[in-house]
Design a protein around this ligand. Structure first.
Ligand SMILES: [Zn+2]
Length: 363
């Protein structure tokens, strides 16, 4: 029976091949994925274990089960059918088969493919509901101009320091996916847990529908790389965070574009204007995806509002040029916000202005 491997079956069935070096990848699930949406890919094929599995609908089994399902052949006839096809070296359309790619050597630590945004949102929402926001963190956010109601609605929390395995266990028992959700991974014992990060504020990074795509951390007591992604890359069954763009507010014709999801939330709450944030000016891949979606919903013009010191850094200047050429190539109208350079960010400037006005009104 060992003469067949999963990749043979994939080839014979004409299913999508993995990318180079991938041994675990997802394809469209014929059982539960929306046929109108070819991008929904819940069915995981594992070339190392020779199994397939859809965590959403439960379709799965060994490679012969997969062949039986896709080729619509009774399970007992699969072996015979495969021998015939392989022996004659024809594919399912009767064409000569393409060369079978060689399966790359498998690294020890296995990562999970990224879960869809709805599932990530559900898991992160359940996770955040179990966490609290420390008083010093609440104070920090108030000092940026956010009210308590806004802070709670946005879902900011303090990074957990203990009890991560217990929390992961509870989430799993309630049916939330942990595989494919950055931050979660398996310990040596096989038990699921969540990454232990330096203390800081957890920031939900949301898409245009308000769904949490991933989490960022604003780390306490550090000036270098203050913001980083919650990620469990290089961990067993862990998952890498992508450089997601964030939307604060609802879609409108004119929006502001800035750097950092927390800054975007603050500018939006202070001004009422909807704000898009890139995690960094050199991280534009996910921004393009978001802008395409926003354009369909009516976004026409964009004002960039990067911190006033951005012009002094060559690396940042370069990224900013790429950003503007992306906006230009997508046919957006765009301009730049300029404010009093004594204030580093637009959020600082607006907040200070509001404080002065309030002081004036009180006199
Ligand atoms: Zn399925």
């Amino acid at each position: 029976m060992e003469i067949f491997t999963m990749i043979d079956i994939v080839g014979i069935l004409g299913l999508p091949y993995p990318k180079h070096n991938e041994f675990s990848y997802n394809i469209h699930c014929p059982c539960c994925d929306d046929p109108q949406d070819p991008r929904s890919k819940h069915l995981n094929i594992n070339l190392r274990k020779n199994v397939f599995c859809c965590p959403k609908c439960g379709l799965g089994g060994g490679m012969f089960d997969m062949y039986a399902y896709f080729a619509n052949v009774p399970r007992k006839d699969v072996y015979k059918d495969l021998c015939w096809k392989m022996g004659r070296n024809l594919d399912k359309n009767g064409e000569p088969r393409k060369a079978v790619p060689i399966i790359p050597p498998v690294p020890e630590e296995v990562e999970s493919p990224l879960m869809d945004v709805e599932s990530r949102h559900a898991t992160y929402t359940a996770l955040l509901s179990r966490l609290s926001l420390a008083q010093d963190h609440r104070e920090n956010l108030r000092n940026r101009g956010l009210t308590d109601a806004e802070i709670d609605r946005l879902g900011y929390k303090t990074t957990p320091v203990a009890g991560m395995s217990m929390m992961a266990k509870q989430l799993r028992s309630e049916g939330y996916y942990l595989a494919g959700v950055p931050g979660f991974f398996r310990k040596e014992s096989g038990e699921w847990t969540f990454v232990h990060e330096a203390r800081g504020i957890l920031i939900p990074v949301r898409d245009q529908k308000g769904l949490i795509q991933g989490l960022q951390i604003r780390r306490d007591n550090t000036e270098k790389r203050k913001f980083r992604w919650v990620s469990s890359t290089d961990r067993k069954d862990g998952c890498k965070a992508e450089g997601w763009a964030h939307l604060a507010g609802s879609v409108s014709a004119q929006m502001i574009l800035t750097e950092g999801p927390m800054k975007a939330d603050v500018i939006h709450e202070l001004t009422g204007i909807s704000v898009i944030a890139v995690p960094g000016v050199n991280t534009l891949t996910q921004l393009k995806t978001m802008l395409e979606a926003l354009r369909k919903e009516g976004l026409v013009s964009i004002r960039t509002a990067f911190d006033m010191d951005f012009t002094t850094n060559y690396h940042v200047q370069n990224g900013f040029r790429n950003l503007l050429s992306l906006l230009d190539s997508m046919d957006f109208k765009f301009g730049t916000y300029v404010w009093d350079p004594r204030y580093k960010g637009l959020d600082d400037f607006v907040w200070e202005g509001m404080m002065n006005k309030n002081r004036g009104a009180g006199d």
